[in-house]
Design a protein around this ligand. Structure first.
Ligand code: PLP
Length: 456
């Protein structure tokens, strides 16, 4: 038997999985009844499961496979690095060539004076680094009371104790005693769901001003930083009104608050720019990166830090780090991924071609009786399903399974599209062609038709 049991019949693979494998964000008992879908291969923008069924992956895995599946160059880079130096750490004044080369490459790509990288293996770890780094920074600056980090409800920053606390997911906070101390949340700039009769731009300003109100309430001397995703991803691809980010920027500057942009989804081309911060016109002090950095081929993330913070943090020993910070194999793979993104003009193509095309065809879904809005930014898009378009109403709680139904209808139509409540979201590989985007929208429409019939 193959050690990976790759060739066993699907039912047997599912039984082993249900018996032994605890899945993230999943009720394993439900999985036991239904069986997980076993993905066995992938190429380009297509997955194949253990029954040989081909699925169009409109989620790029988990928002991460930016260059698409099956790029041999990355496998070769990993193999070369494993033979040369499979591991060495970056603690205690040692370094490796892949780690330092990648840090320089990221610094070259990042805007402004974001010239320094502290590596981690995931977005969650990187955000934990950020919590400790900003607090230590202010302590070194003689302002140890600046500890509190302000974040947003329905934001997502990871699943560790620190990063889940930064996140504003009520369901996550309900388990395990979160948030940890000195993290507070303001409302999200979600006009469609929460804007009522207020005009979008006015609403964007009002939601940004909540930051100023929170700073006033806590006292400027007690606030270390504000963290947010340029475009909220896991919260449902929430695109803030254009007025929102300039106002946030003004408030952070006015009150000496560090701005952390969580670029884990938005970074590395997703928005049509290398970083979402550029796309929304902000200049953060720290950016969190992961996912698209290696297109998910290796687990790697990090904090990209501005000159001033790096200089202050570097003046003392920062008692923080992960065994795999700057892992040479992950770094070599990330370097190869960045080379492909750059040399094949993938980010530019998103900006000039595929993002405008997606915006046009995605919008056409707004004529569907179930769809209240269909919006996109770069190559991330969402639509809101509603029983009442004029009122922008959500489905009643007992119909709260509409998103789940639609996701299942997508699977049945060989499309991977995710749901967040009543919102359906996509974030395809950045190499997707206009023809495949047409297919995504056609399959999404069919899934919506079927959902509409079931939800009536
Ligand atoms: N930050 C954002 C914006 C994310 O979307 C995610 C994951 O989806 C994370 C952080 C956490 O990253 P990871 O799952 O690699 O820990």
């Amino acid at each position: 038997m193959n050690q990976m049991t790759n060739h066993l019949p699907t039912a047997e693979l599912q039984a082993i999985d249900a018996a032994h494998h605890m899945h993230p964000f999943t009720a394993n008992t439900a999985l036991g009844r239904k069986g997980a879908r076993v993905i066995t291969r992938a190429e380009g923008v297509r997955l194949t499961d253990s029954d040989g069924i081909e699925l169009l992956d409109a989620m790029a895995g988990l928002w991460c496979v930016n260059i698409g599946y099956g790029r041999k160059e990355l496998a070769d880079a990993a193999a070369r690095q494993m033979m040369e130096l499979p591991f060495y750490n970056t603690f205690f004044q040692t370094t490796t060539v892949p780690a330092l080369t990648l840090a320089k490459r990221i610094a070259d790509l990042a805007p402004g004076d974001l010239n320094h990288v502290f590596f981690a293996s995931s977005g969650s770890e990187a955000n934990d680094t950020n919590i400790r780094m900003v607090r230590h920074y202010w302590a070194l600056k003689g302002k140890p009371s600046k500890r509190t980090i302000i974040s947003r409800k329905n934001g997502y920053h990871g699943s560790s104790m620190g990063s889940a606390s930064l996140g504003g997911m009520a369901g996550m906070h309900a388990q395990g005693g979160l948030p940890i101390a000195d993290i507070v949340h303001i409302d999200q700039p979600y006009w469609y769901g929460e804007g009522g009769d207020t005009a979008p731009e006015e609403f964007g300003i009002a939601r940004a001003r909540q930051l100023e109100e929170m700073i006033a309430k806590l006292g400027e001397d007690n606030v270390a930083a504000f963290i947010a995703e340029p475009i909220q991803g896991a919260g449902g691809v929430i695109i803030p009104p254009a007025s929102y980010w300039p106002e946030i920027k003004r408030i952070c500057d006015a009150h000496d608050i560090l701005l952390i942009a969580d670029e884990v989804i938005c970074g590395f081309g997703r928005t049509g720019e290398w970083f979402g911060s550029t796309s929304v016109g902000i200049h953060p002090h720290i950016m969190t990166i992961a996912k698209g950095l290696s297109s998910g081929y290796q687990p790697i993330g990090g904090s990209v830090v501005c000159d001033e913070i790096a200089q202050v943090i570097g003046s003392d020993e920062f008692n923080h780090g992960y065994t795999y910070s700057g892992h040479p194999v992950a770094a070599a793979v990330a370097l190869e991924n960045l080379r492909i993104l750059d040399e094949e003009g993938i980010v530019t193509r998103v900006k000039d071609t595929t993002a405008p095309y997606l915006a046009k065809i995605w919008k056409s879904l707004e004529d569907h009786p179930l769809v209240g809005e269909a919006v996109s930014h770069g190559l991330m898009a969402s639509l809101a399903m509603t029983p009442d378009k004029a009122a922008r109403a959500p489905f009643a709680a007992e119909k709260g399974t509409v998103g789940y139904i639609c996701r299942e209808r997508c699977f049945a139509n060989n499309l991977v599209m995710r749901h967040v409540g009543d919102r359906m979201i996509i974030s395809p590989p950045l190499v997707i062609t206009p023809a495949d985007l047409d297919l995504v929208v056609a399959r999404a429409r069919k899934a919506l038709d079927e959902t509409y019939k079931i939800a009536q």
